[in-house]
Design a protein around this ligand. Structure first.
Ligand code: ADP
Length: 430
């Protein structure tokens, strides 16, 4: 016989099933919620990571600014200091704590008039960069000089919110410049003194030399019959020595007369200058049978008398060192920017390249007096003349290959009026 159905048991199992179903639903909802939370956490983690990266970049950036050798500081719109780097602290002598919140006026040296600062403020408030040299005062009261650059900083809307200043300490640079200028002035003064001394000495030496020379000649003329061959030889030696001495004195005198030509440069026709030099050398040209030719020669900015001396010295060397064949010399010029490069080419004995520098020094000669007469002053005079015009002189040659002497002289500017200030000329082979 079947047992009767227990109604209570059935009811409770339905209840359990219902609860189970509710729990399942809740579980599913929780799982969805957890998933969403996980996604949120993941996103937050990502944001945290990128914030950390940003912070790291900002730290690196601040550390780079801190270690920068230039002084850097930020101010707000009213000039109140918000940040200074280490270099700023080092240069000014103030600590960061002493500077923050202060105005850069703290460093005012009193060296600049009020309109200097007015100009600065009006420039940066207009949104432009202000650049200038500035003298400031350190905490210890000493003055230092800076190259200053102040740049306005703008927000995303383009409004100026503050300023960043970058300053380079140029105190040492200025001190070095002043020391150099003082040394140059002293050098010019002592050079001038030396030149004056050389001039006076050369001038005064001429007189006794003339006396010795004429006494010797008188002696030879008047007592010719009383003198033996040896005495005649001695007199010849003495007269020859006097002649050489006179050439040396003349050379030194010429050298001492070569003065800086600032402000004395004038348009100078080098063709006329060359003619003058050739006529001064007429005897040497005729005796040697030299041929002097030239290309088209320009009008340059020069001191005419000095140019005659320059051409004369180079031509006389080209004739003297021609070797066995009659000298052939060609002069030419070619434009190079603000300069003319002149060349004096001969076909003579040439110069070994190891002597190229030496021959421009005082009293340096490559031959004995018997081989070729001379004083060793011709090329130093040329060098002095050229460098007083701001130019260079150099030689290209080889033994037995002839020589070409080059020198540069300032060209006349396109406006035709002014001669340029002697700037550094081209350095082809200085
Ligand atoms: P000097 O001609 O009186 O000896 P310079 O100063 O004019 O003195 O020249 C120095 C030296 O350079 C000369 O002694 C000579 O050896 C060399 N020299 C100069 N010009 C020439 C040239 N055109 N050819 C060969 N050698 C030269």
């Amino acid at each position: 016989m079947k047992a009767p159905l227990d109604i209570r048991t059935t009811e409770s199992s339905d209840e359990t099933l219902l609860q189970l179903e509710r729990l399942r639903t809740k579980n599913a909802a929780l799982e969805t919620e957890i998933g969403a939370l996980n996604a949120k956490i993941h996103k937050l983690n990502q944001q945290l990571e990128s914030i950390q990266q940003e912070q790291e970049r900002a730290r690196m950036f601040m550390s780079a600014i801190d270690q920068c050798s230039e002084s850097i500081f930020f101010t707000d719109l009213f000039g109140s200091i918000l940040y200074v780097n280490h270099s700023f602290e080092r240069t000014s002598g103030y600590s960061r704590a002493e500077l923050l919140g202060q105005s850069p006026r703290l460093l005012k040296s009193g060296a600049h008039p009020p309109d200097f600062y007015q100009n600065m403020w009006s420039t940066i408030l207009r949104g432009e960069i202000w650049r200038s040299r500035m003298a400031n005062r350190r905490k210890d009261g000493t003055i230092y000089h800076e190259e200053v650059n102040i740049t306005p900083v703008r927000n995303d809307e383009g409004q100026i919110t503050g300023f960043v200043s970058i300053k380079t300490d140029i105190t040492e640079l200025l001190q070095n410049k002043q020391a150099l200028e003082a040394a140059n002035a002293e050098l010019s003064r002592s050079n001038l003194e030396l030149e004056q001394f050389a001039y006076v000495a050369s001038h005064d030496l001429q007189e006794p030399l003339r006396a010795v020379s004429s006494c010797m000649q008188l002696l030879e003329r008047n007592d010719d019959d009383k003198l033996d061959t040896r005495s005649h030889e001695f007199i010849q030696h003495a007269v020859g020595a006097c002649k050489r001495m006179r050439a040396l004195i003349d050379g030194l005198l010429t050298l001492s007369r070569v003065h800086p030509v600032d402000g004395q440069l004038e348009p100078t026709n080098t063709c006329i200058v060359l003619d003058q030099a050739c006529s001064n050398l007429a005897t040497a040209i005729e005796d040697s049978g030299a041929t002097i030719s030239h290309g088209q020669l320009p009008t340059t900015c020069a001191h005419p008398q000095m140019l005659v001396q320059l051409f004369q010295n180079l031509l006389s060397n080209a004739i003297k060192f021609a070797g066995t064949t009659p000298p052939r010399v060609h002069i030419d010029a070619q434009r190079d920017g603000k300069w003319w490069i002149f060349s004096v080419r001969d076909e003579g004995i040439g110069i070994e390249p190891s002597h190229f520098e030496r021959i421009f020094q005082l009293f340096q000669r490559l031959h004995t007096r018997d081989e070729y007469p001379g004083t060793g002053l011709g090329l130093p005079i040329c060098k002095k003349i050229v460098s007083h015009h701001g130019g260079h002189i150099w030689v290209e040659s080889g033994t037995g290959m002839g020589s070409t002497f080059y020198f540069t002289l300032p060209a006349i500017l396109a406006d035709g009026k002014s001669c340029p200030a002697p700037n550094p000329p081209p350095t082809i082979n200085p």
